[in-house]
Ligand binder design. Structure first.
Ligand code: LIP
Length: 316
């Protein structure tokens, strides 16, 4: 029921803010420690033997707090967490109420002190995320949503914000700022595909340098810019808010995107997963996601929806 969902949201917000403090403290502790041991960050570990997939003591500590709190408060609910899975503990995704948690999304950023870092907490029922909370403790931004009830920034500001310089409907890709990531799978074939797609979005055909500008043919797919901010959760929030128009990533996991999906959908974004534009609800295990900025769902702007779908088709 609605009251139940409100309760789950209130619980998640409290938990996210409390963990936000642990994340901030962890970052200070790490700096002190690294000074002590002269640059040897002995609380940063590689996962799966992959030097681009990091975990810190703080990730583990936060996930333990969250898992523990959920099991006490909602003993019948299931749990899927990034570090629980990494520890080899089996997590099943069923129709039961399931909490899907990334204790620190953007662990590399956390290690580097780059402030795009967030805790992401979602509750899925019947495999569909219905509550989402993403909190960036360094920028003090709290993004929240309940399915059917809208998305908010810092509790009271309804998303998306309006950006008069870049109004909806989005005419085509050339008006879009795109967020994407290199991800942690750096096998050459995977990276080649990503770089090729990025090339198609940023390279203007027929223009070899600045001086040849002007009348050259403009490719429909040419985007305004590409950003890699290092956190899928923060990327989705930026599209929900309207700071970016598109987020596109291959290789992310359910804990990276579950909360962001509700937040985006409630901000009127279109989210497409691996199975293409027609799948509903979005399969959060899809590993491939595209989010296109929207206007408030209550606005019922069919032109905006059409333009979103056109952009999905251009990219898919
Ligand atoms: C990371 C994401 C990042 C993505 C990486 C990884 P982590 O999450 O947020 O955007 O490219 O593959 O999943 O490991 O920092 O929680």
């Amino acid at each position: 029921s609605n009251t139940e969902l409100e309760n789950y949201l209130a619980f998640s917000i409290k938990l996210a803010e409390e963990c936000g403090q642990v994340i901030r403290d962890g970052s200070k502790a790490r700096y002190h420690k690294s000074e002590e041991v002269k640059g040897n960050n002995n609380d940063v570990f590689e996962k799966y033997g992959n030097p681009t997939d990091l975990v810190t003591e703080t990730d583990r500590k936060v996930e333990e707090i969250v898992r523990d709190r959920i099991s006490k408060e909602f003993p019948s609910h299931k749990f899927i967490g990034e570090e629980t899975v990494a520890a080899g503990i089996k997590c099943e995704f069923t129709d039961d109420p399931t909490w899907i948690v990334d204790p620190i999304d953007g662990t590399t950023n956390f290690v580097q002190g780059f402030p795009f870092v967030a805790i992401s907490i979602a509750l899925a029922i019947n495999k569909e995320p219905v509550v989402g909370v993403i909190y960036n403790p360094f920028m003090n931004e709290l993004y929240t949503a309940i399915k059917g009830k809208g998305a908010y920034l810092n509790r009271t500001t309804r998303l998306p914000l309006s950006y008069p310089h870049n109004p909806l409907p989005l005419p085509n890709l050339s008006h879009c700022l795109v967020l994407t990531e290199m991800g942690s799978d750096r096998s050459p074939s995977v990276i080649d595909k990503k770089i090729r797609s990025i090339h198609n979005m940023v390279a203007q055909p027929g223009q070899s340098n600045r001086s040849s500008g002007g009348g050259s043919t403009k490719k429909a797919g040419l985007v305004r810019g590409i950003r890699c901010m290092g956190s899928a959760a923060v990327n989705l929030c930026f599209v929900a808010k309207g700071n970016a128009d598109i987020y596109w990533e291959i290789g992310c996991w359910e804990w990276d995107v579950a909360a962001g999906i509700v937040i985006c959908q409630e901000a009127g974004c279109i989210i497409v997963n691996a199975n293409g534009p027609d799948e509903s609800p979005v399969d959060i295990l899809g590993r491939k996601f595209l989010a296109v900025r929207g206007c408030s769902p209550s606005a019922g702007d069919t032109d905006a929806k059409q333009s979103q779908l056109r952009i999905v088709r251009e990219l898919w």
